[in-house]
Structure formats: structure tokens, C-alpha cells
Design a protein around this ligand. Sequence first.
Ligand code: ZN
Length: 437
Amino acid sequence: MTLILPDWLITAADKPPQAGWGIRISGDVVNRVGSHAELRAAFPDDDVVEASGSILLPGFVNAHVHLYGTLAHGIPVDDAPSDFWSFLEDYWWPKVEDALDVEMITAATDYVCAEMLGSGITSFYDILEAPNAIPDALLAQKEIVERRGMRGLLSFEATQRAGERIARQGLAENATLIDSCEPGGLVGGLMCWHTTFTCSDAFITEAFGLATDRGVLSHAHVNEGIHEGLWCAETNGHRTVEHYDKLGVAGPSFLASQCVQLSERERKLLVERDVKITHMPLANCEVGGGIAPIPELIDAGATVGLGSDGYINDFFAVMRGAFLIHKARLQDPGTMPADRVLHMATLGGAAALGLERVGALEPGWAADLQLVDASLPTPLTTHNLLEQLILWRDHHHVTDVMVAGTWRVRGGEVLNTDMARLRSRTSEQAKRLWNGS
Ligand SMILES: [Zn+2]
């Protein structure tokens, strides 16, 4: 048994931070929460991690990432078309997604898992888009995530755009991964397809059925920009979320990512049907998709998690994005307060992904946690602690990270990891991708 005794404890995003409190870990869960004095008196024989100068908080849940995405950071796009459809059809699909192989994917997976751990992320959901890397790309990723000891949900984004054979393989890739994961284990799978404009109704319905049979969530990117909603309205006579509703997919076991451009009707449907949502504020800016109406959706009762989208994976930066862009959009400095942002980054993400007892440090909940250096130039108080954390901390202030009761980062170092070697291996694979070899 171990006591962790920081200066400040954040048990959950919606509870006030406690000065001079700590937690007791037993196995892979939190066993007790209390003041330092209380815990020391009750458990005098426990090991003690003296964490003075630190803030202890739940590990982050990155609810939407593309691990392979790091290979495309900085990729030259000068000769890529700027129109949405041509960009996908003539550039992104052939030159990036279709060119990915298992060697590239595993290098990026290992590097980004280490990078995420170092930034306080203990759980994540990954979407792999690489039609020519299956079968077995997901199993190769699974092996790495298990070795890293992270809580990871993996999926392959099945699509019919690359032909029927690959479409079928995509569904099988997800089913095989899901079936290979032990219930209650750290690694699991989701069923996933791309969008309404690359998958037929029959294909989506079949994928959803495979997920329902296995008791897992289904995932799709929804209305990342203006295009899908318009395409869907033109093709089907109604917009994307309405279409998913007609197909019987829009419900509590559907995870809809992005949800940037929504009609009033779509917003209402997402909430009424209890569809789970993920929000990627920085990536939405990158692609010029717009700003998702997240404060409105949360006010209406939606479950929303936060994701990096594989773009900027430092979760402090992602949280800052979420904290700031809605204030600018709504011209209201009171919208999206710090506790709401931290909620999306922890409990909201866990709830969106169906991870039980993850995202808070309460007795019986997962011992997924991080220690963050608390040496800021202004005093920390119960009232400002979350803002101080979100606005003025970064990944390099994360000193220690535990997943399911096991330390994965100590003293700012990701354990058993040569980051320089991982980085150069990833860089080699990025060069292969960029050169088309
Ligand atoms: Zn995405």
C-alpha cells in the first residue's frame, strides 16, 4: 500500500481542490482519500511518496487521437489542393492514409504513447486510418499499448472508399481486436467507420450490429466541417445526425467525434438520444472546420470528452484551447470555466468512452493519476488552482504518472524508455511516408 501526499489534491473536476490532502493506493485502485495527518495516522506502515511541491490529480483521458497522425506533423502540403474533396481524394488519402504500413504505425504508436504518458494522459481512444496496413495493424498496436501499461481503446476506421475487400477487412480488423481483448483489461476495442460519405447505410448498419453483438461502442467522425451535413442533406434529404437517427445508430452506444457544424435539430437529437461526443478544439482550428457548440451541448446535458486528434498531443495545450476558443466565440469570459474543461479532460472523456470508475480519485476508482509541479509565481488557492493548472502548466511540468496502480513516469522520465531512440525511429518512418517509399 502506498500513500501519496501532495500539496494539493484534486479528486474530481467538480469538487473543490484540497490543500494538504492525499490518497492511499491499494493494488490498481484508490483506497482512501484524506488529510495527510489522517492518512499517516491510519496507515503508519504504508510506503509514503512525499510529493510536496506537487498537485495530484486524475490522469487525463484523451478521448480522440490518431496515433499515426504524428507522422504527418509538418508534412509538406504546398502542392495539395485546398478544396475539401480534392484535398481528401487527391492528397490526404493517397499520399498519407493509403501509404501507411505497419512499420510506420508501430513506430508512431510507441512514440505517441510515451509522449502522452509524459503529458499526464493515462487513457486514450485511437482511430487508425490506414487501409493498406491491415490485417493485423491493430494487434501490433495492442501489443505496444499493453507494454506501455496504458488504458487504451483501439479501432480501425473502416471505409468503403478503398473498395469492398478493404471495407470488409476493416470491419474484421475491429472485430478481431475486440474479440482478442480481455473484458476488464486495460486495452479494449471499439467498432469504427469513417463517415456517411464514405460508407453506405447497409455498411454502417452492419458495423453497428457487430458492435452491439459485442457490447462495445461504435464510433464515427460527424460533421467535422460544413461538408458532411450538406452532402447528407443533398443525398438523403436530411442532415448527418438525423440520418444516423433514422438508421437506428444515434443512441447511447454511439460515439460521435467532432460535431462541429450542427443544425438546431442535430444538437437536440444528440442530447435526446444520449449520443456521446468528443471535442477537439485545436484540430478544429487547424482544418478550419469551425468551433463546435460544446458549451451549448453540455448545458443541454450532453456527455463530452476532450481529444487531441493526434494534432497537438500535449493535453494542457488542448485544455487551453477548449478554455479559450468558446470565450472568444460567444464573447463571454464566463463560458467554459476551468472545472468544465478539466471535467471534459477526465470524467467526461471516461464517460464518453464507457470507462467505468476512471477519471476521479475516489475510493474504488482507478489509480490513474499524475503529479504536476506546483511551483507557480503566484499563490495557489482553492479558487484559482484549476485555472493555474490549465493556463500555466504544460507537459514538462508533469513529474510522475501512474496507470492502474503502476508508475509509468517518475521524476519527469517515462520509465523504460529511450525517448531519443523512439523519436529518431519515428522520424525515419515519417521520412519514408513523406517520400512515398
Ligand atoms: Zn479524428
